[in-house]
Design a protein around this ligand. Structure first.
Ligand SMILES: [Zn+2]
Length: 357
């Protein structure tokens, strides 16, 4: 979580570099600095014939950009593959790449290092904040919001269908401290919107609108890409709704609290070993709590994830007679297939874990 001491130096250098490139290339018809371009009218337009370059903060946003833009855009991910994005620190090289993009799409409050870099990239890139269309919310475990009241809280359709799991959410409650890393956003919002296909659709619509604004010559193609993407995401949503509608259990145990929006959408309850930040070690009391949730709910699967050590999950499984399986938080590009493939695999595994019909 520590902030690189060299970052400000990097940024100064990068901003200078970005400004030089911008002036020298003269490729943009931009006239004003713009942020949060999802709703502004001052976005750059790129020169005719130039390929739109898009820098995304991490994989699910990369997936959206590629699906919308296809061959018309050049998309990169700031967070490399197989790197856990939560506390990823941008190097000078990564910050330089950021400053050269036509468009940056990200979720503020999730990656503090990226938040700072975005603020200092200068007037080059159009910056698209996807936290707004994704409609981020607080999830249980944020002390001042939900100390005891999951069922009473507005968004907790989510919810907690039994007291044990309501308690369990407390075990995963580092959300607040993680969010404090988001500084200027003052955000204790759960960033993991991409595990809810409906929120992905909203984010995709905002991204497509920005593409069309910056590169109007290809607007029809971006719209076509969006339509196809929406069909895929809608199908995914339907599969989840149907597949998870009749299950023996509704509580699933995860490694870190990445699945809150998924739980909300499909009326499940997530109990997590770590909080919103996967680096957070559970306390002995939290461990005891999660074990009691496993036992009281008859949980048979403890989910692990690709980029976090499974040691604690394996220990809980061994002590409770459960098994482990991987449930991907999609925080990095899947080894095989894409977002929808990994989400489909997740659904299959959830259905087994919850004994769904
Ligand atoms: Zn996460």
């Amino acid at each position: 979580m520590s902030v690189s001491r060299t970052r400000s130096l990097h940024l100064r250098r990068i901003v200078a570099l970005g400004a030089t490139l911008f002036l020298a290339a003269g490729m943009s018809a931009c006239s004003a600095l713009k942020n949060d371009s999802s709703s502004d009218s001052s976005a750059h337009t790129i020169a005719p014939g130039k390929t739109l370059t898009v820098s995304t903060s991490f994989y699910p946003i990369q997936y959206l950009a590629e699906a919308i833009g296809g061959n018309l855009v050049k998309v990169s991910s700031v967070t490399p593959s197989n790197v856990e994005p939560h506390d990823f620190e941008l190097s000078g090289k990564e910050t330089a790449e950021l400053g050269k993009a036509d468009l940056i799409a990200y979720v503020p409050g999730f990656q503090p290092s990226l938040d700072k870099a975005v603020k200092e990239v200068g007037s080059g890139p159009t910056v698209v904040d996807l936290s707004k269309p994704a409609n981020l919310v607080h999830h249980e475990g944020v002390e001042e919001e939900h100390e005891h009241g999951d069922e009473a809280s507005g968004d907790a359709s989510a919810a907690a269908t039994d007291a044990a799991t309501s308690e369990s959410s407390e075990a995963g409650h580092d959300e607040h401290s993680h969010a404090e890393g988001g500084e200027e956003h003052g955000s204790d919002l759960d960033p993991h919107f991409w595990l809810d296909p409906q929120r992905m659709i909203s984010a995709a619509e905002t991204l497509e609108a920005s593409f069309a604004k910056i590169d109007p010559a290809n607007a029809n193609d971006y719209k076509a890409g969006l339509d196809k993407l929406k069909t895929a995401l809608t199908n995914l949503d339907t599969q989840y709704s149907t597949g998870l509608s009749t299950c023996q259990r509704t509580t699933f145990v995860t490694s870190h609290a990445a699945f809150g929006y998924m739980a909300d959408r499909y009326k499940l309850t997530q109990a997590s070993i770590s909080g919103i930040d996967p680096e957070t070690e559970p306390s002995p009391a939290e461990l005891a709590n999660i074990k009691s949730v496993v036992q009281s709910t008859g949980t048979t699967t403890i989910f692990t994830e690709e980029l976090v050590s499974p040691t604690t999950a394996q220990a809980i499984a061994a002590e409770t007679g459960a098994e482990t399986n991987v449930l991907s938080p999609l925080e990095s590009k899947p080894d095989r297939g894409d977002y929808t493939d990994a989400m489909t695999t997740n659904l299959d595994r959830l259905k087994i874990a919850l004994a769904c019909q």
